[in-house]
Design a protein around this ligand. Structure first.
Ligand code: CDP
Length: 244
């Protein structure tokens, strides 16, 4: 069992991982790291370049050769972003949320060549400790030693409603039935791929968030953190790990 203070949060699309993960990280003063942004970045570039999404070798090369920078938003950025994603000097933060990326990301993420590259970058970040990392395979593959693993779940209907609201807030058209179909399709692809499928780690705590507010889910996770008995001294001792 690792002594690093790390929290792994996994779960299907729109289960609330990002919002909850960021709030928990804020309260604990931990780094918040959303691994989905990396898979989305590779997908966006592949689509822009007209690449064949079945070409595992080319996509693996793209992932290996393209540094993806995920940074704190600059002070003068006034939108609701959680972080800024820069690739080749370009701010692609909002482009990562486009429907075309939603619809294609799980095809890119199924390739072991892509996963291997992104996983090694994610592990380096996890090894520094004091991180809340969210994704699909964090508790099972990326940080199997994380002392606290949460699996956030919710019904497809509830998740489609949440995604609809997100789209509306961004001023985008949203059709509930279409989003529901897309969520079901992505769940299926993510859970059935051979490499690092979406699954619940044996030692994860499953939180069913149907009908729960964000605040309630955050409260439950902070309660679990408290039960770990982590102290600030422990945190600073563990913070002297290798840099990525
Ligand atoms: O925000 P949402 O839950 O819709 O998606 P996301 O977390 O941004 O992840 C987008 C896609 O990336 C997922 O549907 C997976 O196909 C892939 N992904 C993955 O395979 N492994 C991860 N650790 C994170 C994301």
């Amino acid at each position: 069992m690792s002594h690093l203070l790390t929290i792994a949060i996994d779960g299907p699309a729109a289960s609330g991982k990002s919002t909850v993960g960021q709030r928990v990280a804020q309260v604990l003063d931990f780094l918040y790291f959303d691994t989905g942004a990396m898979y989305r970045a590779v997908t966006l570039l592949a689509l822009e370049r007209g690449m064949d999404l079945a070409d595992a070798e080319a996509l693996g090369r793209l992932a290996a050769e393209t540094p993806i920078l995920i940074e704190q938003p600059a002070d003068d950025v006034q939108d609701s972003r959680q972080y800024t994603v820069i690739v080749e000097g370009r701010d692609i933060t909002w482009e990562l949320r486009h429907r075309a990326v939603d619809q294609n990301v799980s095809q890119v993420a199924r390739h072991p060549s892509v996963r291997k590259e992104l996983r090694s970058q994610q592990r380096k970040i996890g090894e520094q400790g004091e991180v809340v990392m969210v994704g699909r395979d964090i508790g099972t593959v990326v940080m199997p030693d994380a002392p606290l693993k949460i699996y956030l779940d919710a019904s497809p209907e509830e998740r489609a409603r949440r995604r609809c609201r997100d789209c509306e807030l961004r001023g985008e058209d949203a059709d509930y039935e279409t989003l529901l179909d897309e969520i079901r399709e992505r769940d299926q692809r993510d859970s059935q791929r051979p490499e690092a499928p979406l699954s619940v780690a044996d030692d994860a705590i499953v939180l069913d968030t149907d009908g729960l507010s964000i605040d309630e889910v955050v409260r439950q996770i902070l309660e679990l953190v408290k039960q770990q008995g982590w102290t600030r001294e422990e945190a600073s001792r563990n913070h002297t790990q290798t840099a990525p």
